[in-house]
Design a protein around this ligand. Structure first.
Ligand code: SF4
Length: 329
């Protein structure tokens, strides 16, 4: 089976965008393109990239320019600290690196205005160093394909995603891998309505297989989303099971589910046969399902009833139940 990197790069070979900085190996020009693209759409960035390089073709000319001129060339792009930081970093390169663009990740990362992502992009594309450039696109791709179902705004989760990329990156062509991931996120695995039907990862993608492309990546906004842990037990006896109706003022009122125990953690004495999540506006439901084959069904509670398993689908059910039934099929 092809590796993640092989599949990604093969997709890239067929679909890569034609961008003015493609094929560029000059770290200065890669740096300019990456900084411009941080908060700018590609089409607008394209014009500014040419304009910036016409005015400041290399580190030296940028370092020697007046800050006012740099800001003027940047005018209209917004986020002016980007231009100020580049100007300061160019002066730093002249003063501390003899005008030569630093060639290690750590030295690149230490320049003003350069974060992990930009340092990795420059290090990999210009110097073939195996650092994954993890931005929003890559977070989305990895969380969908590898099934990262935790809040990606948490540093520990971002670390996990970065670790996956470090394992998967092609050490022989890290720059191509990073650019392929950028294009794949921008063109194929887009935030809304990703093009799953023509995707080379379809057969292995966790989000696609579990119907979670709308849910992943999970980004918890501050002060929102309570986590709830639902454990459903499916009792089976002669094709019959117990189903219960949700009552009270909670979510999914009057819909049906298997007998539920809600706890405040994922912990449960048994291993679930299926687990999924649903993100609602103020809560994330973590659902786990446990099957019990029994000789005799247990006594039902007031809101529960015994039903033929085949009849369940006729009842109104929340999405997490439908996903489980699909999984059983
Ligand atoms: S199958 Fe869909 S969600 Fe998965 S990687 Fe492809 S486009 Fe993205």
């Amino acid at each position: 089976m092809a590796s993640f990197a092989e599949t990604l790069i093969s997709w890239y070979d067929d679909h890569k965008r034609d961008l003015p900085w493609r094929g560029e190996t000059d770290p200065y020009k890669i740096w300019v393109s990456e900084i411009i693209l941080q908060q700018t759409r590609v089409q607008q960035g394209w014009d500014y990239y040419h304009r910036f390089l016409d005015n400041f073709p290399n580190v030296k000319t940028l370092a020697e320019a007046d800050e006012e001129k740099v800001l003027k060339v940047w005018q209209g792009l917004g986020y002016y600290s980007r231009a100020r930081n580049m100007h300061a970093a160019a002066r730093e390169i002249m003063a501390e690196h003899h005008g030569i663009f630093p060639q290690t990740y750590d030295k690149i990362r230490s320049l003003k205005g350069i974060g992990n992502y930009t340092a990795a992009a420059i290090a990999s594309i210009a110097f073939h160093l195996p650092y994954p450039a993890v931005d929003g696109n890559v977070i989305r791709i990895v969380s969908r394909i590898f099934g990262i179902c935790d809040d990606v705004t948490q540093p520990a989760v971002l670390k996990r995603i970065t670790a996956i990329c470090e394992t998967e990156i092609d050490p022989d062509q890290p720059g191509v891998f990073n650019q392929a991931a950028m294009d794949f996120g921008a063109m194929q695995c887009v935030p809304r309505n990703p093009k799953c039907n023509e995707c080379p990862f379809q057969s292995s993608c966790y989000a696609f297989k579990n119907n979670l492309t709308d849910t992943l990546p999970i980004k918890k906004k501050k002060g929102e989303s309570k986590h709830r842990f639902f454990h459903f037990t499916i009792y089976l006896s002669d094709n019959q099971t117990i189903i219960e109706k949700r009552t009270g003022s909670d979510i999914w009122k009057n819909m049906y589910q298997f007998p539920l125990t809600e706890t405040d953690s994922e912990k449960w004495p048994e291993k679930p046969v299926f687990a999924t999540r649903e993100v609602l506006s103020h809560q994330i439901i973590h659902a786990a399902y446990y099957v019990k084959n029994v000789k005799k069904l247990p006594k039902t509670a007031e809101n529960q009833s015994v039903i033929d398993f085949d009849e369940i689908e006729k009842l109104p059910m929340p999405k997490i139940m439908i996903l489980f039934l699909k999984h059983l099929e």
